[in-house]
Every structure is written in C-alpha cells, then in structure tokens.
Design a protein around this ligand. Structure first.
Ligand code: C2E
Ligand code: CA
Ligand code: CA
Length: 715
C-alpha cells in the first residue's frame, strides 16, 4: 500500500512526539521521585530538629522557672512545698525523674513523698554520661532531655535541679506529620504525572492535527498536480497545470504547464510528420486511409457514393532521370499545388462534407490520390478526372526550364466496386494502370476484368527482377545466314523467360511491360552481358568473325548508363569491330533523332554496328535514314509473310533497293519457305533469318550448327 507523504510524516511526527513525551515523563518521574524523597526526608529532618529545639527550649524554660520557684523552698528545706512543685511538674509533663542535690552532689529531694533517694549521691542515680555539675547543662540522650538547672539565691548556687523530660508524644506527632508530608509528595507526583500525560496526549493530538493540516492544505496542490498529470497522461487534452499561487507549488505548476506546452508542440509536430508528406505537405497515405475510412462510414449511413481517384504522373521518371531529383521534387510540389487548387475550385460545385485538404493526398513517388464524396454520377467524376489530366498536362517551369508530364487516372466507386479502403485503393490503382496502358493522359473507371489483366501484368513487372537472379531467364540464338553461300554469319540473341508457375512467357508479352518500368535497363544489361560471354567463351573459338545481334529497347536509348555499359562491354571483352550488332526499332529512334544519332555514333566509334529492326513497320518517312549512322536494315517478317499472298513483294524489293542505294546491308526476317528465300535472294537481299534455317534455340544448338558449317546448299 502506498502512503502519502502526509501520512508518513504524520506517523513519524506522532511517534517522535510520543517518544519524546514518554522520555520526558520518565525522566520527570525519576527526578520527581528522588526530589520528593529528599524533600520529605529533609522536611522530616527539619521538623524533628525544630520540634527538638523547641522541646529543649520548653524543657529549659520549665527547668528555669521551676528552679526559680524552688529557691525559697530548697533554701528553707521545705520538702512538702518542693514535692508539691515537683509533683505539679510531673503531672503536666512527661518527666522521667526530678532530683535536687546540693553543691556536694547529695540528693536532697527526688520528687517522691517518701524521699527514697534522699542522701544518695546524685551520680548513682543519673544515667551514665551525665555530669554532676553546678552549671546549667542540657543534653539529649535517647528520647530524653536531661537538664541541670542551678538553684541560687542571689549570685550563689546552693543546689541544682535535675530533671529529665521525654518527648515521645512529640515524636509521634513528627512521624504523623512526616507521613502527611510523604502523602502530599505522592499526590503532587501523581498530579505531575497526570499533567505530563495530558500534555503528551495534547501534543499527539496537535501532531495529528498538523498532519491533517499538512495533507489538507500543504499537500493538496501536489495531489492536484499529480491528478492532473495522470489525466494528461491518459490523453485528456484540456488540462491546466497552472496554480494561482506564488510559492514553490505555483512554480511547479508553471513548470509543468511549460512542459505540457512543449510536449503538445512536439506531439503535434510528430502528428504532422506522421500524417503529412514531407515534400508536398499534403496528407500522406496513412491520413488518407483514415479519412477515407471515416468517409466510407459516413457515406454508408447517408447512402452516398464516394469516388477514389488514383492519379499517376506519366513520364515523371524521365524528368527525374534527365533533370535530377531536385527538379523532380519541385515538379511534384507544383503538381500537388495544381491538384489542390483544382479541388478548391471544385469544392464550390460539390457539396463536400469534409475540409478539402483531406481529400487529396500523396501516396509516394508520383502517385496522388483524391476522394470525392457526395458525387452523383460517373459524368461528374469523369469531368473532374479530365480536369485533373488537363491541369497536369500543362508544362511545369522549373529553374527556367519547361518540363511536360501528363497524368493517368484510375477511378473506383464506393459502394459499387468495393466497401473497404484497401479494396478501393487497390482497384483505383488497377484502373489507373489500365488507363496508362490505353494511352497516356487517360482516365478509366475500374472494371472487374481489369483485375486479371493488370494483376498478371503487375506480376510480370515485379517478377522480372527475381527472374534474373533466379536463373529463369535464358538466351536463345537464331542464326543469320549469308544468302550467297548459306554460311552462318551470325546470330540474334533472343531472350526467354521460363516462369516456374506460368511456364514460358513470350518476349513479345513481357518486354513491352518491362519497358514501362525501371527494370528494362538491368534486363538489357543482363542480355548484353550474357550474350557477349557466350560469344567470347563458346562461339569465337569456333568462328572468329561471328556477328552477334542484340536487341536494344528504345526505353534505354536515352539512359546515360547504357552508353557506358556498351563501351565497357566491348572494351572489357576486346570485341573486334563489327562483331556486336545492336538492333533498334525505327520508332525508338524517332523521338529525338539528333540525340539518338549522337548516341549511335558513339557506339559505332567503339566498334558496334547499328541495325534498324522491324524495318518498314514504323515511320513512313524515310528521310531520317540519312541522318542516322546505321549499317543495315532488318526487313520486318510481316512483309515476308505477306509476300506469299502476293502483297509484300514490292515492299521488299523497294527496301532492298533503298538499302543497296545507301550502302546498307539487309537481313530478311521470318523466311519460312524456300520460295521466300528464293525471292529475297533474287532481289539482292544479303542475309536471312527464319524457321527455314533454324528456330531460335539454346546456345548448344547454335554451336552444333556452327560445326556443320552451312545450313543449306545455295542455289
Ligand atoms: P524481333 O527482334 O523481331 O525478333 C525476331 C522474332 O521473330 C523472334 O521472336 C523470333 O522467334 C521470330 N522469328 C524468327 N524467324 C521466324 C519465322 O520464320 N517465322 C516467325 N513467325 N517468326 C520468326 P521472339 O523471340 O518471340 O521475339 C519477339 C520479340 O521480342 C523480338 O522481335 C524482339 O523485339 C523482342 N525481344 C526478344 N529478345 C529481346 C531482347 O533480348 N531484348 C529486347 N529488347 N527485345 C527482345
Ligand atoms: Ca531483333
Ligand atoms: Ca525484327
């Protein structure tokens, strides 16, 4: 059990008072006892002394007056008068003996009628120790006072009166008086003890009263502060620690109040940090989730529809990569501001039940999310989504440079598409994903079938990183043959993904998906690196002038890292010139021909050859061909396929003629039949690739083919 300070000190104080009181009492009683004893003894002594002295004086007076009265009777030997006087004395006083003797000590009267002792010498009669004297003499022996009193006539002593008086009665009186005295002393002591005890009890009561006072008045503010502290710790916010006092308690209250303020400040700072995005100052995912949750229960009760809009910036990654993260951050802040302004304007049209700041949040990266409660129909939401895409479509000016991004918006509706925050956000994300795939700057409402498509796309995008590390990716090689003699002059490396659950995934399916993520760079480097290793370690020992074709995705063309990687690989493996052939599609080169041409020239400088892949399917204008440093064209297999139906012939002829006129080589892709081979060859095509010669197959297969030297007998 906890004792309060007041109780503890109260008990201590009371115990101390009791102890001190008891000690004082004991000491008092001890000294009182001794004092009373001494006082009574002294009293008795003084009393006895005084009574004795008085008795002696009385006895002397009696003896003196008797001696004075006796002088005539003694002088005249009037024995009867003497006897009469002595008898009178014996009657009144306790007289032991009375003698009168003459100067020679002979007894002349002993107080009796018969005078038994007449004529005897006084020394025989007196108790031992008493002198036979003619002078006055008083002595106390035992309980008797022995007095000798001379009887004289004029100046001459002629006889001596000797009497002995006893004071037994007086002693009795003295004893009684002493007993009285002792009794009084005892009473006095008792009354002192009682008084002392009363004082101790009073002191104890005073101590208890002090304790009570302390606890009620002095410690009450501490209790009050303790109580406030507890309530504050329990989360009550309206607590005031200030006490209207000028003493130390007041100071303590002030200090606690200051502490509370500082805790409140840091608490709100922490809350702000926990619920807001540090970059844009917009609410973060956590706050959005909580607010959406509240909104959903509100909408549920009011039978209301809530839309969740998932906004993702398109091309933001490029801004980040090209201009740096600082510019990217500034763009995000501006995008956040534009969306906030949009909401403020829209708030005038829509009856929002919550402050608009809670309706927009940044989830992270270039993802924003908005909730629109109280919305009536899809048209209204569509209109807002379009406005979102519009406001973000205008270029952003950062540090005097302009950057363009756009936005894809995915929309999900409560309660139609889902009833929980997680569900709604997930579906909005999926719808955004679908919007992005149907072209940028679009918005899409969630549709249940999106789930499967998008999920499998997402799985591919997220899975490729693991696939590289787990060895699920392999390279297949498809030979490229010289149409003149059927020799294998090279091979194209084609990637294969053996998914442990989904089986083989075709590159046509996953490459376009990966191109939308930052995994395309590591994937390109993986292919380059592995193909070059196979070339150096396995192929070159068999064919030192082999041409290895590797596909380079347009998505990495502008990455500075790819330039370094290609330099690096060629130099590290000491690849001879024209060994590494890089295949790029027309479309990938079209976006910025000038910078693309610079890049390609750079690659050519270190010894790579550049080929245009799928030629003829992209831009119709051929004028760009002159500005690019290319070595050859790969005629798309769709023309070869159409040739059988009689439509591709012309195109193939034109392409080959164009290539020849520009000094470029051609590879005809997708040769499946001898007639296709014949046609292409007869029109001047240089190289061919297709199932007719070999399907893409593992390296081992290619090596076997290389050992056979030729794949077909030329015509
Ligand atoms: P592509 O670069 O045009 O590659 C040629 C494609 O045509 C290959 O398909 C090949 O198997 C196929 N092919 C070859 N001869 C014939 C034939 O006679 N008839 C038919 N019908 N098809 C034939 P694959 O391997 O499925 O590759 C598809 C596309 O995937 C490639 O087209 C290429 O764009 C891309 N790809 C493959 N590997 C890579 C890679 O490592 N990196 C990049 N960026 N893209 C790759
Ligand atoms: Ca290719
Ligand atoms: Ca191709």
């Amino acid at each position: 059990m906890k004792h309060s300070i007041a109780t503890r000190y109260g008990i201590l104080l009371a115990a101390m008072t009791a102890l001190v009181g008891c000690c004082v009492l004991l000491v008092n009683i001890f000294y009182l006892e001794r004092y009373a004893h001494a006082a009574i003894e002294e009293g008795q002594h003084h009393l006895t002394d005084a009574v004795e002295k008085q008795l002696i004086r009385d006895a002397q007076l009696v003896a003196e007056s008797l001696a004075n009265n006796l002088d005539t009777a003694v002088y005249g030997s009037d024995f009867s008068s003497i006897q009469e006087q002595l008898e009178a004395l014996s009657r009144n006083t306790n007289v032991a003996y009375t003698y009168i003797y003459n100067t020679s000590g002979t007894v002349i009267h002993d107080g009796s009628a018969e005078l038994h002792n007449y004529g005897r010498h006084i020394s025989e009669l007196l108790p031992p120790g008493l002198p036979v004297t003619l002078e006055p003499d008083t002595r106390k022996i035992g309980q008797y006072i022995h007095i000798a009193q001379p009887i004289h006539s004029g100046e001459t002593t002629f006889a001596v009166l000797r009497i002995a008086i006893t004071y037994t009665e007086a002693e009795e009186d003295i004893r009684e008086m002493s007993a009285d005295l002792a009794l009084q002393g005892k009473e006095l002591r008792n009354s002192i003890v009682i008084t002392s005890l009363s004082i101790i009890i009073l002191l104890l009561a005073a101590a208890m009263a002090l304790v009570f006072f302390l606890s009620q008045h002095l410690l009450a503010p501490i209790r009050q502060l303790v109580d406030h502290c507890r309530r504050y710790a329990a989360g009550e916010s309206q607590i005031h620690f200030k006490l209207e006092r000028n003493d130390e308690f007041g100071l303590l209250g002030d200090a606690l109040e200051e502490m509370k303020d500082s805790i409140n400040r840091s608490r709100s700072q922490v809350e702000r940090l926990a619920y807001h995005d540090a970059l844009t100052q917009l609410p973060n995912r956590r706050m959005f989730n909580e607010e959406l949750n509240k909104m959903l229960s509100w909408a549920d009760r009011h039978n209301n529809q809530v839309a969740v809009l998932f906004i993702d910036l398109d091309h933001f990654k490029q801004v980040n990569d090209v201009a740096g993260h600082e510019v990217g951050d500034k763009l995000l802040i501006q995008a956040g501001n534009r969306l906030t302004n949009l909401l403020v304007t829209e708030a005038e049209n829509i009856d929002f039940p919550v402050p608009e700041s809670l309706l927009l949040a940044r989830l992270g990266g270039d993802e924003f999310v908005m909730m629109l409660p109280n919305c009536k129909d899809r048209q209204q939401i569509s209109r807002i989504a379009t406005r979102i895409a519009d406001v973000l479509d205008h270029s952003f000016t950062i540090e005097d440079r302009r950057y363009t991004v756009s936005a894809s918006v995915g929309i999900t509706l409560f309660p139609e598409h889902g009833r929980s925050v997680t569900e709604l956000l997930k579906q909005a994300d999926i719808a955004m994903y679908a919007a992005k795939h149907s072209g940028r700057k679009r918005h899409r409402f969630f549709e249940p079938q999106m789930n499967n498509e998008v999920i499998s796309k997402m799985l591919i995008q997220q899975g490729v990183r693991d696939a590289m590390h787990k060895g699920e990716l392999k390279l297949a090689y498809q030979p490229i043959v010289d149409m003149e003699n059927g020799d294998i002059v090279g091979a194209e490396a084609l990637i294969r993904w053996e998914h442990p659950e989904r089986g083989p995934i075709a590159p046509d399916t996953f490459i376009p998906l990966i191109e939308k993520t930052d995994q395309i760079m590591p994937l390109t480097l993986w292919t380059l690196e592995h193909a070059c290793l196979d070339l150096i370690q396995q192929i070159m020992p068999r064919r030192d002038r082999f041409k290895l074709s590797v596909n380079i995705s347009g998505a990495v063309l502008r990455e500075p890292a790819i330039q370094d990687a290609i330099h690096n690989i060629i130099q590290r493996h000491r690849l001879p010139k024209h060994t590494l052939h890089l295949e790029l599609t027309e479309t990938s080169m079209m976006e910025n021909i000038q910078s693309c041409a610079d890049t390609l020239r750079d690659w050519k400088k270190v010894g790579a050859d550049i080929w245009i892949d799928d030629f003829g399917t992209g831009y119709s204008s051929l004028s760009y061909l002159h500005s690019l440093p290319i070595d050859g064209l790969k005629i798309d297999r769709s023309f070869i396929a159409e040739m059988n139906r009689g439509q591709g012939d012309q195109v193939i002829e034109t392409i080959i003629t164009l290539a020849n006129s520009m000094g470029l080589k051609t590879v005809s892709e997708g040769i499946e039949t001898e007639s296709q081979q014949h046609f292409v060859h007869s029109r001047g095509g240089h190289y061919a690739q297709g199932y007719l010669y070999a399907k893409p197959a593992p390296l081992k297969q290619l090596l076997k083919l290389l050992d056979k030297e030729t794949l077909y007998e030329p015509l």
